[in-house]
Write a protein that binds this ligand. Structure first.
Ligand code: OKP
Ligand code: ZN
Length: 347
């Protein structure tokens, strides 16, 4: 298994996020990824690679060009407003909800930050663009590696910031570029006619779902905390089945807070069955390990040992597989849990 790891991930490090009415230190930290790298090195899992330059043209087919251009220049705009802003992160504070226009792009910077985001828990920093594009490159390279004749059947994009909450034209939930969606599109471009994305992060992959909602060529499946009580709240319900050409090509499997591995496994099996029925040619696993019992912001009860079985179940699909790294905030255990998935998966 090839592991494309993001060598500049630490350039994205938010200072504070809005959480339960207060500014608190960001949960999504650079240390998370370092723990995974350490665990993989210690246990000799996978071959580590660094990514090539990001394919911006591909990123602009998955995300809207105006959103990508905004992300690329946001930090420069922010410090141009006031040089003192260099010591602060950009945090959104105003959004165009129902009844507002989405076809215009205000001149005001704060307004545009709101236009292209959906929550105040996702700081944009000096290094966000560089880190996010290098992460996107990891995902694209991983997809191209498993698509190459004679290449490996499995690759991982080991990166942060994560991606699955980022939509075609918005950031949020610690995510800026949707690495899983980029991997899926790269697999399609490389010849896979049908691609499935299986999202096992604790939180619903709203960005991924929305990107492919009207497409028939990419099946999106997500097992997650019930959005009635869990982030991202406004998407991820069982009655969201896809639309138009995408009808029947989205499957949400929400589970109540407190769900243990036995119940979670039943939902995962349902997701795997849907992927088999779809006859996917390749699969992307949006791998969050915030389903862990020790996770500080999530409420499932998986134990470290359970993650071997998660890997085995995913491997049972027998498909070319790309893993993308999503959430997991019990920092010291993130490495063990990710390594357990990959070890259970094999090769
Ligand atoms: C990202 B991933 C918002 C606070 C909620 C968002 C959680 C994002 C999880 N003000 N935080 O799916 O692990
Ligand atoms: Zn999550």
């Amino acid at each position: 298994m090839l592991i494309f790891h993001n060598p500049v991930h630490e350039k994205h490090q938010g200072r504070q996020e809005m959480f339960r009415g207060k500014l608190v230190p960001c949960h999504e930290t650079a240390a998370r990824l370092e723990f995974v790298l350490d665990a993989l090195r210690q246990r000799s899992i996978g071959e580590l690679r660094t990514p090539s330059a990001a394919d911006i043209a591909l990123i602009k087919r998955v995300h809207s060009p105006r959103y990508v251009d905004f992300l690329a220049s946001a930090w420069q705009e922010w410090i141009a407003l006031d040089p003192a802003n260099a010591q602060l992160d950009v945090l959104p504070s105003v959004w165009p909800v129902r009844g507002f226009r989405h076809d215009i792009e205000p001149t005001n910077f704060a307004a545009r930050v709101g236009l292209f985001s959906f929550d105040s828990g996702c700081p944009l920093t000096a290094g966000t663009w560089e880190a996010a594009t290098a992460g996107a490159a990891c995902a694209i390279d991983a997809a191209r590696a498993v698509s190459a004749t004679g290449g490996p059947r499995t690759a991982m994009a080991l990166t942060r910031p994560p991606g699955h909450h980022a939509g075609a034209d918005f950031f949020g939930g610690y995510c800026f570029l949707n690495n899983a969606a980029l991997a899926a599109q790269a697999l399609r471009d490389a010849g896979a006619a049908r691609v499935a994305i299986l999202d096992v992060d604790y939180h619903h992959g709203n960005g991924t779902q929305s990107i492919f909602y009207e497409r028939g060529d990419v099946l999106t499946v997500s097992v997650h905390g019930d959005p009635a009580t869990e982030y991202p709240f406004f998407l991820g319900y069982a009655d969201e089945l896809g639309q138009g050409a995408g009808e029947g090509r989205n499957l949400n499997l929400p589970l109540p807070a407190g769900t243990d591995f036995g119940t979670w496994t039943q939902a995962l099996q349902q997701g795997l069955a849907a992927i088999r029925t779809f006859k996917a040619d390749a699969v992307v696993i949006a791998l969050g390990v915030d389903t862990y019992e020790g996770d500080p912001i999530s409420k499932f009860k998986l134990k470290s040992g359970d993650y071997f079985e998660v890997g085995r179940m995913v491997a049972s699909l027998g498909l070319p597989t790309v893993f993308t790294m999503e959430g997991g905030y019990a920092v010291a255990d993130v490495g063990i849990n990710v390594a357990n998935v990959l070890e259970g998966f094999g090769n």
